[in-house]
Design a protein around this ligand. Structure first.
Ligand code: CAA
Ligand code: FAD
Length: 389
């Protein structure tokens, strides 16, 4: 299996997690991914089953109902799941890295963790993360949504745009400005149940790819939440978002790897079985060059992804590595999916085979959780700090 070869050696338990995720993808995702995509259908049953094998609370501590996995295992698992279905990979990555991680790290009450973490870690409920707005995505500090403290409650108003799991989520981590004069230091984070009065979802976005992952706005019209629903301290929101996104980018890098691997495997198999001019096209140098470039970009991106994950597990700074991993893996995904379509020729362009879906699914990985341009900005900022130090 192409994805099994790597210079990075996984521990026995990490290999075991990867194997469980791979088996799940082969048994439960490959058979349904095309139909889910065509129907734009959120895979509720799949998500519950993923919860049953620990994949919806991967890094949540075992005492709170999670699997307590390290980040390398988590990255390996997201890659396998995304290889089977990129939409499910997006659902899993946002739920785990952006929702569960933020709730476990920053919700200040054990009682609330029972409500907002345990049923999410089991896959019974789904979480979302509302940072972007209609007027600002890359410039996350420009949040226009507001939260005002009134009689022991926070009152939230505004719209969070493009939210993954929007429309289906039971709760969301929401960022809002509590003091505009303090700019990014005036942003706070909250957990908001989606059945709260004044909360509604916008219409589902009609997307190019990851169509089984729903995307919708979170509309907050004077939503009142208790004081304790604040994550961290007032004004901590921007730093919470940045720290959580550092981890989230490892998840999206892994999603990109899964899509890229699926595209390479399809192209390698197809090229060995398709003849042109009396021999398999895999014997042509033009095709071999493409396969070689695809495999090399995947292996390089995986090393970066697992390095970022290992740095996080070791308690080291990992913002730059996570940005490098996300940048390389998302570019590997789009380039590999593009090349796979070319290798399949006409069969790459029609829906009989999944090359066209991989091509559509790959594209988002260069946009969400920070665009490639923002990844360069994060890498360069960190790099320059290291040289100035
Ligand atoms: N960890 C901790 N703190 C950090 C940090 C990090 N990684 N990055 C920045 N900070 C801190 C800085 O140290 C600084 O602190 P002080 O005020 O104490 O000095 C503060 O945050 C402000 O930093 P910057 O001046 O660098 O902030 P900025 O306004 O220039 O923005 C940015 C920096 C990197 C561009 C940031 O806005 C960003 O990451 N933008 C992209 C947003 C994004 O990724 N959105 C994804 C939404 S979720 C999603 O998309 C999910 C999905 O699709 C599946
Ligand atoms: P803009 O910020 O308007 O950027 C437009 C272009 O300008 C880009 O090419 C960008 O790279 C470039 N640009 C902007 N600033 C700079 C700069 N300083 N230097 C160089 N280039 C720059 N958000 C959430 O909060 N939660 C979610 O769950 C979520 N899920 C999403 C799911 C999907 C399917 C999509 C499409 C988006 C999702 N997003 C989510 C939003 C996503 O994170 C943003 O779309 C992304 O961060 C880019 O923001 P933007 O669309 O506003 O683009």
């Amino acid at each position: 299996l192409i994805g099994a070869r790597s210079m990075f050696s996984l521990s026995e338990s990490q290999r075991c997690v990867r194997e469980v995720a791979r088996q799940f993808a082969e048994d439960k995702l490959f058979p349904v991914a095309a139909a889910l995509d065509a129907a734009h259908a959120f895979p509720r049953d799949v998500v519950r089953e993923l919860g049953g094998i620990g994949m919806m609370g991967c890094q949540v501590s075992e005492g709170r109902g999670g699997a307590g996995l390290d980040t390398v295992s988590y990255a390996a698992a997201v890659e396998e799941i995304s290889r089977g279905c990129a939409s499910t990979g997006a659902i899993m990555s946002v739920h785990n890295s952006l929702y569960c991680d933020a709730i476990e790290k920053y919700l200040n009450s054990e009682e609330l963790l029972e409500e907002f973490l345990r049923p999410y870690a089991s896959g019974e409920r789904v979480g979302a993360f509302g940072l972007s707005e209609p007027g600002n995505g890359s410039d996350a500090a420009a949040a226009a949504a507001t939260a005002v403290y009134e009689e022991g409650e926070w009152v939230l108003s505004g719209t969070k745009a493009w939210t993954t799991n929007g429309g289906v989520a039971d709760a969301a981590v929401v960022f809002a400005t509590t003091d505009k004069s303090k700019k990014h230091k005036g942003i706070s984070a909250f957990v908001v149940p989606t059945d709260a009065p004044g909360f509604s979802f916008g219409k589902p976005e009609d997307k190019l790819g990851i169509r089984a992952s729903t995307t919708a706005s979170l509309i907050l019209d004077g939503v009142r939440v208790p004081r304790e629903y604040l994550l961290g301290k007032e004004g901590d929101g921007f730093k919470i978002a940045m720290r959580i996104l550092d981890s989230g980018r490892i998840g999206i890098a892994a999603q990109g790897l899964g899509i890229a691997r699926a595209a390479l495997e399809l192209a390698a198999n197809y090229s060995s079985n398709r003849d042109a001019f009396g021999k398999p096209i895999s014997s042509l140098y033009a095709i071999q060059l493409k396969l070689s470039e695809m495999a090399t970009s995947i292996e390089g991106a995986r090393l970066l992804t697992w390095r970022a994950a290992a740095e996080k597990d070791a308690g080291m700074p990992f913002s730059k590595s996570a940005a490098m991993a996300k940048l390389c893996a998302s570019e590997a995904a789009t380039k590999t999916a593009h090349a796979a379509m070319q290798i399949l020729g006409g069969m790459g362009f029609v829906t009989d085979l999944p090359a066209e879906r991989y091509y559509r699914d790959a594209r988002i990985t260069e946009i969400y959780e920070g665009t490639s341009e923002i990844m360069h900005l994060v890498i360069a900022t960190n790099l320059l700090k290291e040289y100035q130090a």
